[in-house]
Design a protein around this ligand. Structure first.
Ligand code: NAP
Length: 440
């Protein structure tokens, strides 16, 4: 019987949104978890900043001394749910050095320090699991590291930040401006008081680094990820996207790029992109997340669900706790960091995608051909052009707006084209440049 086995000791660091739910599920599902593991889980202590009797758990479990908690002999697994890079890094490294298996949801830390943490886990021969660090409840780390271990992953494209997906979905549905949609997201609790990490794409970039590392067996850090946020996306861009049969999503893309000589590179990038309404990612709305994987043999797979929230994230955390606890009971370890491929990181300049551009121009004969030749001069092929005349309040013409959709071109060729367009006397401004994904 499971209950007769020696308990597996667990220390939880953090009793916030996620920690509270982890502790609750450990208590509510104790019998089931014990049966699945083959031994009961025993909560040894909870690390917090504020020890108090009103926190919904026995006060004797609470401690401010995280370092002492992770070093206890009766702790086998440390679950880190504190948040910031520090003190989480110190606590995790101390736990690993003391031979504890570690489960964490801390994507910012993982995307910065994978190497250090993986090396420490390797040295101690313990597990380091982080399913909850990308896309909350959605199983994506384990499918990539285990279910697809026999396949060759080609591309991973995810909507992995709920705040930005909420904002972009609201802009798409109501025609709202970015500022209005952000204010609404804040009022409903979907955006933090300082939304920078979300709207500038830092959170999505950290997750892209984690996904790229495991998908391509290469160590990729947050700094390797090309990043653009959503703050410049306008209601006009959404109107143009709609007219082209698309919507706009903030995508985290990890891709295996094969060069002309057959060598390979990894591209990891985050930016808002036009996505055709027929693509599965286009229908991922509100705060939901999804990860779309393309593998050589499996083909296309999509993982969809709640990417954040206390209980959904706790579900992923507990899945890792059960795995780590089983390994403790049965002996052995789960998969460790795999970086054998060591592929170089592709600079954004060599990455080919399709582009959408919106330009304001003078409404004169010959403007379109001047604009088109700047594209042609740099080998950027135009797939579609739309032009609309603009009038002032009295109905007098005041110029035109041109929307251009290109075929695949490199970022370098497109950037040169944009620079040249800005210098044309017939172009008043280049209002938007967005990529288009999911069309081939
Ligand atoms: P949270 O609500 O802010 O809770 C953080 C907890 O950590 C609090 O209980 C806090 O203690 C404790 N803490 C912070 N600094 C500490 C320190 N120096 N020593 C001891 N305890 C400390 O955070 P959360 O939303 O639960 O997120 C936890 C982690 O999960 C983060 O890494 C986050 O990125 C990740 N995550 C969260 C979600 C989500 O939906 N929330 C989803 C995916 C991943 P006090 O309570 O005493 O202040």
């Amino acid at each position: 019987m499971a209950e007769t086995e020696k308990p597996v000791g667990v220390a939880v660091l953090g009793l916030g949104n996620v920690g509270t739910e982890v502790v609750r599920i450990m208590e509510d599902s104790a019998e089931d978890l014990a049966a699945r593991i083959g031994a009961p889980l025993q909560l040894r202590g909870i690390g917090v900043r504020r020890v108090a009797a009103d926190r919904g758990v026995p006060v004797e479990l609470l401690t401010e001394d995280v370092e002492a908690l992770v070093a206890r002999d009766d702790v086998d697994i440390v679950v880190e749910l504190m948040g910031p890079v520090e003190p989480a890094r110190r606590a995790i490294l101390a736990a690993l050095e003391h031979g504890k298996s570690v489960v964490t949801a801390n994507k910012a830390l993982l995307a910065q320090s994978t190497g250090k943490l993986a090396t420490a886990a390797e040295k101690a021969r313990v597990d380091l699991y982080f399913e909850a660090a990308v896309a909350g409840a959605i199983p994506v780390i384990r499918p990539l590291t285990q279910s697809l271990a026999g396949d060759r992953v080609l591309r991973v494209a995810g909507i992995v930040n709920g705040t930005t997906n909420y904002i972009l979905s609201a802009m798409s549905e109501t025609g709202a401006s970015y500022d209005d949609a952000l204010a609404e997201a804040g009022a409903l609790g979907y955006a933090e008081a300082d939304p920078t990490a979300d709207v500038e794409g830092y959170d999505a970039a950290a997750k892209a680094a984690i996904l790229a590392s495991i998908a391509f067996h290469t160590r990729v850090q947050a700094d390797d990820v090309y990043r653009e946020g959503i703050t410049a996306v306008s209601a006009e861009d959404f109107a143009s996207a709609k007219a082209l049969g698309c919507t706009i999503k903030l995508l985290s893309i990890c891709e295996r790029i094969t060069n002309a000589d057959g060598s390979e590179q990894v591209s990891a990038r985050v930016y808002p992109a036009l996505v055709p309404l027929t693509h599965p990612l286009a229908s991922v709305n509100g705060a939901f997340n999804a990860v779309f994987v393309e593998a050589a043999a499996a083909g296309q797979l999509m993982f969809y669900g709640q990417g954040a929230g206390g209980a959904p994230t706790a579900s992923a955390v507990l899945g890792d706790v059960v795995m780590a606890a089983r390994n403790r009971v049965q002996g052995g370890r789960g998969p460790r960091e795999s970086k054998y491929a060591r592929l170089p990181i592709a600079p954004i300049g060599v990455v080919p995608t399709r582009y959408y551009l919106s330009l304001y121009v003078h409404d004169k004969p010959g403007v379109l051909s001047k604009v088109a030749s700047e594209f042609a001069n740099r080998g950027v092929s135009i797939a579609e052009v739309r032009q609309e005349g603009l009038v002032d309040e009295d109905g007098q013409p005041i110029g035109a707006r041109i929307v251009v959709l290109t075929h695949r071109a490199t970022d370098a060729a497109l950037s040169e084209t944009v620079t040249a367009l800005k210098e044309l006397d017939v172009v008043s401004s280049v209002a938007s440049v967005l990529r288009m994904e999911g069309t081939e």
